[in-house]
Design a protein around this ligand. Structure first.
Ligand SMILES: Cc1cc2nc3c(=O)[nH]c(=O)nc-3n(C[C@H](O)[C@H](O)[C@H](O)COP(=O)(O)OP(=O)(O)OC[C@H]3O[C@@H](n4cnc5c(N)ncnc54)[C@H](O)[C@@H]3O)c2cc1C
Ligand code: SF4
Length: 418
């Protein structure tokens, strides 16, 4: 098994010289479209300007004060959709590689153990955050920095949500996630793992313990399956379960030799690359629409193609056939014509999206002390959007606890943070 390749971060970091040269390409735009396009307000225009003038400390301060998951975002943001897509240099040659500069700076911060954020006295109300994904983590950090006593309740044993259970290590090493979570712990945020709110304990019991506000940031945990004949055969798996098993065991997961991944988003690309890096002989992706309509980022599509993984577009799965209870092939039919194909396989991975579990079972979302953030309320289901949503939720919670939110505001806060 080639776990080495699976565990190794694919993208190489910038050298100091490359970083300075790249920052020097910045046009220092007055209206900084890149900063406006970052949902989390990480302010790339400001940190690039600092870097350009060799002020690395100032650059790190900008990132860290605006985004507690700056190192994670630098690796996983779909930059072309956000900051880099808005860069003025797109109209001249190519955008500034903002994500990579952000990574360079956060790596630098880590290498010299620089600490920008400092713990403050926690003398304000108790707040409970449900879910330790990027949104819950960001809100927890922001509230702790304002002096609130925050406890994050997490169902799983490992913190981080999809950062730890989904995005594979070749794109996001677990160490990077852990470093940022450790930083948040140093701010005084407490964590309780293995604790499912709505099952192991209730919001009412937390109220009785003195918690004054609740943030439900539980994400979309359930992977969807396509209900076709043969989907119960051995060897048919759910994409997010496969990725979670691979990441938490550092790649010690059973992978077929002939793998078919169904889906066209980032999760599908991650399943395909993970299967290949973990030793599958051949991996194929089957997607029902056209390549242009595939929701995966262009970088992800390029990456799977660099691993020689073909993508069959315009086909939907019709049936999975098997022998002795095990998968042997996928039958697919054309979306745009009457074509049919049959691909041999010993593993079929469904990566066709996730859905929320019963959020109402966690809390009464209509209560004025209950707030929501992250994937469960955002249309754009990305890490940086979850960070933005967590920041805004923290503001709403503070406004609620300090009595600054009017009744209308408190009501709108319940509907999410948009
Ligand atoms: C495989 C994969 C790859 C992805 N790749 C990218 C990418 O490259 N770039 C990008 O920007 N986005 C990516 N995403 C999307 C991104 O990870 C999510 O948008 C983001 O994690 C959402 O954050 P969140 O905090 O809302 O929820 P989550 O990350 O889902 O975290 C929610 C947490 O809440 C916990 N929880 C749920 N219910 C309860 C409960 N009742 N009690 C206690 N805890 C509970 C869960 O266990 C989980 O830890 C990817 C997602 C997946 C699955
Ligand atoms: S957080 Fe993401 S979107 Fe924002 S500036 Fe950094 S890389 Fe770009």
């Amino acid at each position: 098994m080639e776990n080495g390749k699976y565990l190794e971060e694919t993208k190489k970091p910038f050298t100091p010289l490359l970083a300075i040269e790249e920052a020097a390409r910045c046009l220092l735009c007055h209206d900084a479209p890149c900063s406006k396009a970052c949902p989390a307000g990480t302010d790339p225009a400001k940190f690039i300007r600092s870097l350009r003038f060799r002020n690395l400390k100032g650059a790190v301060e900008t990132i860290r004060t605006n985004n507690p998951l700056g190192a994670v975002c630098s690796r996983v943001c779909p930059y072309d959709k956000y900051c880099e897509g808005a860069c003025s240099r797109c109209g001249i040659d190519k955008p500034i590689r903002i994500g990579e500069l952000q990574r360079y700076l956060t790596d630098y911060e880590q290498s010299i153990n620089m600490k920008v954020l400092e713990k403050v006295e926690l003398d304000k109300e108790k707040v409970a955050v449900i879910g330790a994904g990027p949104s819950g983590l960001t809100a927890a950090a922001a509230l702790a920095l304002k002096g609130y006593k925050v406890t994050v309740f997490e169902e799983k044993d490992v913190l981080g949500g999809w950062l730890s259970y989904g995005i594979p290590p070749q794109r996001l090493p677990q160490e990077v996630v852990e470093n940022e979570i450790d930083y948040i712990k140093e701010l005084g945020v407490e964590f309780k793992t293995g604790c499912k709110v709505g099952k192991d304990l209730s919001i009412d019991s937390l109220r009785a313990e003195g918690y004054k506000a609740f943030l439900v940031a539980c994400g979309m945990q359930k992977g969807k399956l396509v209900d076709i004949k043969g989907s119960d055969l051995e060897g048919v798996v759910n994409g997010v379960d496969f990725l979670a098993q691979a990441k938490t065991t550092k790649g010690d997961v059973k992978v077929g030799n002939h793998v078919i991944v169904i889906g066209g988003g980032d999760v599908a690309m991650d399943c395909a690359s993970t299967a290949k890096l973990l030793g599958a002989e051949d991996v194929k992706i089957v997607y029902r629409r056209t390549i242009e309509k595939m929701p995966a980022s262009s970088e992800e599509k390029e990456y799977v193609s660099s691993l020689n993984i073909p993508i069959f577009t315009g086909f939907k799965p019709a049936e999975i056939t098997g022998k002795d209870g095990k998968v042997t092939a996928l039958k697919a039919e054309g979306m745009f014509d009457a074509s049919k194909m049959e691909l041999g396989a010993d593993m079929v991975i469904f990566a066709v999206g996730q859905e929320a579990e019963n959020v109402d079972g966690i809390a009464d979302l209509k209560s004025t002390d209950v707030f929501t953030s992250g994937d469960i309320v955002e249309d754009d289901k990305t890490v940086v959007q979850a960070v933005a949503s967590g920041k805004l939720a923290a503001e709403k919670i503070e406004a609620f606890l300090t009595g600054k939110a009017g009744l209308d505001e408190a009501a709108s806060a319940k509907e999410g943070v948009r």
